[in-house]
Design a protein around this ligand. Structure first.
Ligand SMILES: [Zn+2]
Length: 499
């Protein structure tokens, strides 16, 4: 290790790491592959609460092969963030070479494509050498000048000029820039290839901001009483038995919000919020939350995002402008504003999970767990990564196509569009199921819930049928409420398991 940018630094090298990872893959994984599509992630990750020590790895993910491969190209570790961007120089040189010359593995030539660089907002501004989101020209997607009301806000929801690769590289709006980013050396789009990461900006950003507003905001003005907060908490906890194994965490109390992880905020936004807030949050606030929830449900779903993106965009514009009415114009901070730019990400990447930080976050948590406080944690990390390179059996195909017959894992959507619970295996490839009929809408605003596949049934409206394994196509959450059974197909990419 050596000192770069005033922090301890180690360069693993793109070629070297990619070679190690590919040699651990099952041979058939590369059979039809001609190119490697990379996503990059740069973010500071605190190593131990007690020491203030953080790691700044440059992580790469090969997104077009399965199982997904993630590895560090380099890593910087220090008590403060790197003082400049010199810690990126070698990773960017490696990328430059790979993008130009491609990559040879086992005598086969592959091309290399850099699809995106995923960062949270502060890290993105840092690596792009631009003003932070708290500055007047801090939006990385549009040129609108912020409006300062004790904090920077971005009030426009349409009719702004978008930044482009050309305008960025020409420094057309000098107030946006602080210097020359080393990324400009690469043949990439300096705007479109740095997507909005909905894990940070929507889940940890907007959803958490909303919840904090409800429980700790100004009295009146939509703030919940202590009784209402504990009612929501007990609603959340009552759903714990219904949460299937795809979720690493079960719902916990709203009072624990400061410790909620991004996955818990996603679970609340997509699946549980609509139930636990109903009849507790007053109408304008509940309806406003539902507009956000439905829009993001659409945009995370690989099946719906592209086709319904215009509708989701209208919902998000409506959400942001309503936020101004009900929470005040100081609510329209950068994260809330950036919702109106999400449609563009879906147009480029397909759905929000394709350009989000989940898999990187998960990789870093795994790495962190292997490092212990004490002597030289930086070199401990480097050693762990190098040891993993030598491990030959790291990857194995674990395609989980098991069908479960016990609650809460046995709710499925059937190929025919119906919903069922598998209750018993009949043969190797068929299951006895309770198949529900006569669906009702779970909610009707802002649209019929069945548009998202969210359906409600009278719990007696079912018939026992034998269903083939191949027809049990989609895992669902199933909630039971008095006389009703509610099915919610899982919309997010749950192969990106997160803790
Ligand atoms: Zn903007």
């Amino acid at each position: 290790m050596r000192m770069v940018s005033d922090v301890a630094f180690y360069h693993f090298g793109l070629e070297n790491m990619l070679g190690h990872k590919l040699s651990q893959m099952p041979a058939q994984a590369l059979e039809d592959v001609q190119r490697f599509v990379l996503a990059l992630n740069i973010d500071g990750c605190p190593l131990f609460k007690s020491t203030g020590l953080s790691a700044w790895p440059v992580l790469a993910c090969v997104t077009n092969i399965k199982p997904r491969v993630i590895f560090p190209i380099s890593i910087a570790v220090g008590v403060s963030k790197p003082k400049d961007l010199n810690f990126l120089v070698e990773a960017i040189s490696d990328l430059d070479k790979a993008l130009r010359e491609g990559y040879v593995f086992n005598d086969k030539q592959f091309t290399v494509h850099l699809q995106c660089v995923i960062c949270d907002a502060p890290a993105k501004a840092f690596v792009k050498c631009t003003k932070q989101y708290s500055g007047y020209y801090g939006c990385d997607k549009c040129c609108q000048k912020g409006f300062y009301i004790g904090r920077m806000t971005y009030p426009l929801i349409s009719l702004f000029n978008m930044r482009t690769n050309t305008s960025f590289r020409n420094t057309s709006q000098p107030e946006h820039h602080k210097g020359l980013s080393p990324f400009t050396r690469l043949p990439i789009d300096m705007i479109e290839d740095f997507p909005i990461d909905y894990m940070h900006q929507v889940c940890l950003g907007v959803v958490k901001k909303l919840i904090l507003r409800w429980i700790r905001g100004p009295i009146g003005d939509g703030r919940l009483s202590a009784t209402q907060v504990s009612l929501i908490s007990s609603n959340l906890q009552s759903l714990r038995p219904c949460i299937p194994r795809e979720f690493a965490r079960k719902p916990r109390k709203l009072e624990d919000i400061d410790r909620w992880k991004a996955t818990e905020l996603r679970q609340f936004l997509l699946y549980t919020g609509q139930f636990v807030l109903k009849d507790v949050l007053s109408h304008p606030y509940y309806n406003n939350f539902m507009v956000l929830s439905v829009a993001i449900c659409i945009l995370v779903s690989e099946e719906m995002a592209f086709n319904y993106r215009d509708y989701a965009h209208q919902l998000l514009q409506h959400f942001v402008s309503k936020c101004k009415d009900i929470y005040g114009r100081e609510f329209l901070v950068y994260n809330v504003h950036s919702l109106v730019h999400l449609k563009k990400e879906v147009e480029k990447f397909g759905c929000l999970d394709k350009c989000a930080a989940w898999p990187f976050e998960s990789y870093m948590q795994t790495l962190k767990r292997k490092v212990h406080c004490g002597q030289n944690p930086a070199s401990q990390i480097v050693k762990r990564v190098l040891e993993e390179n030598e491990c030959k059996s790291e990857y194995s195909y674990k395609l989980n196509n098991q069908i479960y017959t016990k609650k809460p894992d046995n709710a499925y959507k059937i190929a025919s569009g119906k919903y069922c619970e598998a209750v018993r295996r009949v043969t190797e490839n068929s299951f006895m199921c309770r198949v529900y009929h006569s669906s009702e809408a779970l909610f009707e605003r802002p649209c019929d819930s069945r548009t998202l596949g969210f359906c409600m049934f009278n719990k007696h409206n079912y018939a026992m049928k034998t269903i083939l394994r191949k027809d049990l196509v989609k895992r669902c959450l199933k909630f039971e409420m008095e006389n009703q059974s509610v099915f919610l197909p899982l919309l997010h990419d749950f192969s990106q398991q997160n803790r």
